[in-house]
Design a protein around this ligand. Structure first.
Ligand SMILES: NC(=O)c1ccc[n+]([C@@H]2O[C@H](COP(=O)([O-])OP(=O)(O)OC[C@H]3O[C@@H](n4cnc5c(N)ncnc54)[C@H](OP(=O)(O)O)[C@@H]3O)[C@@H](O)[C@H]2O)c1
Length: 322
């Protein structure tokens, strides 16, 4: 299969920007759909083969128009929290969108669909709306394989890299919290996977017929508890915090309270998804010939960098008297 033009949904995000970089290096033309071109243009328009297009991807007609002439579609859209609490936001962003993407692919005779899911995504397991809706969407796209679409899905554990929302978020929270840091779900286990490795998995499998119909579990080489990862973050930042592991009941109460905090730094749904260890039984990066990077090889560079930049800005504002 020859791929010249790809339409990407969610291509402006953390994973999307890395993947777009990799794909443009191969000379592939990218049509990246966004809700807000102005907001994202700085990050993407410098890439030579990228067209950044503002449109409503939840509008079937708009989607059909954008997929015209594309050889492949990549759907990276995902949300970790919804506005309300009844699962309808997750359903719309994951399941309903996947249905519209499949429909628009079939109507435009797009042959190839790469779909981003998540480790533990399963409509029948656990109680988190995030994981259940991700699982439902994943199954839907694989069913579309029977209608002639070549589908692959990707199921990463938590993803790290510059601009991630995991280490960077804990770094921000640790800096804001003096001395003592109460941590919910401290024993949850993760196998953090490097964003470059995730992007490589998409690129390597893009035109490989062996990948059609496959679901890839993507993990880093090491397993950590959440408490170990947060301690490591404070170590990288060079700040001392006493991490207080919260028990299950208090974690649940903290999540329920944060449900009502704007931006939901933590939520009941996050608590529920953290009840399942985010680790791979078999890591499919090995199957793809990709060597997973460790957090120690990558994370200190960008966390330490941020500290240096913060010090520089502090110094500058001190000099200018602001
Ligand atoms: N990051 C992780 O640790 C991790 C782990 C496992 C799985 N995943 C999955 O990987 C995918 C990419 O993750 P990411 O970290 O790159 O996410 P991200 O940075 O939040 O980017 C997701 C993109 O999706 C679009 N989007 C978000 N909500 C939307 C909505 N309601 N309607 C339409 N578009 C929406 C946004 O694009 P615009 O603002 O331009 O419209 C956004 O740039 C997601 O599906 C996520 O569930 C991520």
């Amino acid at each position: 299969m020859i791929i010249r033009q790809i339409c990407i949904l969610g291509g402006t995000g953390f994973v999307g920007r890395t993947l777009a970089n990799r794909l443009t290096q191969k000379g592939i033309k990218l049509r990246i759909l966004t809700r807000n071109r102005e907001y994202h243009k700085e990050n993407l328009i410098l890439l030579p083969t990228v067209d950044l297009i503002e449109t409503d991807i939840h509008e079937p007609e708009a989607l059909r128009a954008q997929f015209a002439g594309c050889d492949a579609v990549i759907n990276l859209v995902g949300i970790l929290n919804e506005r309300g609490r009844d699962g309808s936001g997750f359903h719309r962003a994951h399941v309903e969108l996947a249905e519209k993407v499949i429909d628009a692919c079939l109507k435009n005779r797009v042959k190839r669909l790469q779909h981003m899911s998540a480790l533990n995504a399963d409509p029948d397991k656990g109680t988190s709306y995030y994981l259940k809706s991700k699982g439902e969407a994943e199954n839907l796209v694989h069913q579309a394989g029977q209608e002639g679409l070549y589908v692959s899905s990707y199921r990463p554990s938590v993803i790290f890299g510059p601009d991630d929302s995991f280490f960077n978020r804990f770094a921000r929270l640790l800096k804001m919290t003096p001395l003592v840091f109460p941590l919910a779900c401290p024993k949850s286990r993760f196998a953090p996977v490097y964003v470059g490795n995730v992007a490589d998995a998409f690129v390597k499998t893009l035109t490989d017929p062996k990948s059609y119909g496959q679901r890839y579990n993507l993990c880093g080489p090491e397993i950590y508890t959440l408490q170990e990862l947060v301690s490591y973050t404070s170590e990288c930042l060079g700040i001392k915090r006493f991490i207080i592991p919260l028990g299950d009941l208090v974690s649940r109460i903290q999540a329920a309270l944060f449900d009502f905090v704007p931006g939901k730094p933590f939520s009941t749904d996050n608590y529920l998804s953290a009840q399942l260890d985010s680790v791979c039984e078999t890591n499919d990066l090995a199957r793809l010939g990709i060597t997973p990077m460790t957090i120690r090889a990558i994370v200190p560079q960008y966390l330490a960098n941020k500290i240096q930049r913060a010090r520089y800005y502090q110094f500058r504002s001190h000099l200018s008297g602001r």
